[in-house]
Design a protein around this ligand. Structure first.
Ligand SMILES: O=C(O)C1=C[C@@H](OP(=O)(O)O)[C@@H](O)[C@H](O)C1
Ligand SMILES: C=C(OP(=O)(O)O)C(=O)O
Length: 449
């Protein structure tokens, strides 16, 4: 049997990942773990910074995005021990006590850092902040959080009529609002709730469909008064709040587990357990769609870990078939659409993904990029304004593809490559380190290197 090749060539400017599966197949077997949940990691660092006393975080994601969050809060006077997945300590300053940074806060590639932090900064009276990010983040829309913050009285300036970073923020005493968001976005919801912590009275956010609820859960755990109405998808915080430091255990990220669940489902003879995965129902849309496509996924050892449901997920390969999805499930699988498109390319028949125009304003235009790069590998995939149509079942061929510096695209293409014929070179694959720095070592481990 030819040995499978997986190599990350970091010497050239293109940071290529080369994937060459053997012709005899690469059945995935055994048990693996994925790094900590990115959304929960950001929130643990932020709420820890705003709380009185110490917060201890186990299982934090050591990716570039949480590093950006930690760097921003350190620059505002918060002591955060070096990030590691064992134990990180955050010495919170108490609500309203962040110091004015003497330099620009750099959010790197992280939309969550910038959007959530804007709510915190805008509510820090008499302090001035400037925030920026990398080229991708500087092109992502910030008006979705700036507009409601302005309704609360926030003072924010930015490029293109105050919609794009770099942004400047003059902190001020904010007023509570009752905000009906036009989009189901956890970043918008969380930004307003964080701003509401220091406004006097009730700040309510209502969204058209339920987005991930990690902020609501964690705010309540830190001692804020949080009221939720599941019927209307609305959540209220009561300010001024007081937060006190907590012990948090971050579960494995279902968005990272999704790569292996799809790999296990599409690669013949696989039987793989991904341990310790967060299965918060606001995040499990990917499992529902995979099951609808005929995937065989079992939930083992279900438990609750510091307020979040967790399980070990066992996937066995099966014959997938296409399906249609859209509507309310989209916010519950928003980051998994690129890897679901890969699953669809290997499934029999047609898959239609609708209501996903939001993907055009992520780290890359994910609809355009996944259509072009999977298309290069031979997939029959059509881009629509709000989604994708994929006719699966034609074998994919290895070729040269590009991540467009988008971590989820890099890893989705690597899984497609694992089940393709011949060698695939993924340019700029180092982007995976944004959310999953150990992706390539895990791939090597699974392939028996
Ligand atoms: O709140 C969060 O942690 C996130 C919310 C989602 O973004 P939107 O709120 O823009 O949908 C998601 O895509 C992102 O990766 C993380
Ligand atoms: C969209 C993502 O993250 P963010 O918005 O934080 O950059 C993601 O992780 O896929």
């Amino acid at each position: 049997m030819t040995a499978p090749i997986v190599s990350l060539n970091l010497i050239g400017p293109d940071e290529d990942l080369i994937v060459q599966p053997p012709t005899t197949g690469v059945a995935l077997q055994g048990k693996i773990q994925v790094p900590g949940d990115k959304s929960i990691s950001h929130r643990a660092l932020m709420l820890g910074s705003l709380a009185q006393g110490e917060t201890a975080i186990a299982g934090l994601l050591i990716g570039e995005d949480p590093q950006s969050t930690a760097a921003c809060f350190r620059a505002m006077g918060v002591k955060i021990t070096p990030l590691n997945s064992e134990q990180v300590h955050v010495h919170g300053l108490g609500l309203g006590s962040l110091q004015e940074p003497t330099d620009i806060l750099d959010c790197g590639n992280s939309g969550t850092t910038m959007r959530l932090m804007l709510g915190i900064l805008a509510s820090h009276k008499d302090r001035f902040f400037s925030v920026t990010g990398d080229r991708s983040l500087r092109s992502r829309p910030m008006s979705r959080v700036i507009q409601p913050l302005q309704q609360m009285g926030a003072q924010i300036w930015g490029r293109k009529n105050h919609t794009l970073a770099p942004l400047a923020i003059q902190g001020t005493q904010l007023k509570p609002i009752d905000y009906h968001s036009p989009i189901a976005s956890a970043q918008v919801k969380s930004c307003i709730l964080l701003a509401g912590l220091m406004a006097e009275g009730e700040t309510t956010v209502t969204e058209p469909a339920l987005s991930r609820d990690h902020s609501e859960r964690m705010l309540a755990a830190f001692g804020a008064t949080v009221k939720r109405d599941p019927q209307t998808h609305s959540v209220t915080v009561v300010g001024p709040a007081q937060l006190s430091g907590q012990s948090i255990i971050v579960p494995g990220d279902i968005s990272s587990a999704a790569f292996w669940l799809v790999a296990g489902a599409i690669i013949p003879d696989s039987d793989l357990i991904v341990e310790n995965v967060g299965i918060n129902p606001t995040r499990t849309g990917v499992l529902e769609v995979l099951e609808k496509m005929g995937a065989n996924i079992e939930f083992l050892n279900q438990r609750i870990v510091t307020g979040e449901p967790v399980a070990d997920l066992r996937v066995k390969s099966s014959r997938l078939h296409g399906c249609e999805f859209g509507g309310d499930v989209i916010p519950r699988l928003i980051d998994e659409i690129p890897i679901l498109a890969v699953a669809a390319a290997f499934a029999e028949g047609k898959t239609v993904i609708k209501d996903a125009a939001e993907l055009r304003v992520k780290e890359s235009d994910r609809l355009a990029v996944i259509a072009s790069e999977l298309g290069r590998m031979g997939a029959n995939i059509t881009e629509h304004p709000d989604g994708l149509e994929i006719i699966g079942g034609t074998p994919l061929k290895g070729t040269e593809v590009d991540s467009y510096t988008d971590h989820r695209i890099a890893m989705s293409l690597a899984i497609a490559a694992l089940n393709a014929q011949g060698q695939t070179t993924i340019h700029r694959a180092q982007a995976a380190a944004i959310s999953y720095p150990t992706f390539t070592p895990t791939l090597e481990e699974l392939l028996g290197h």
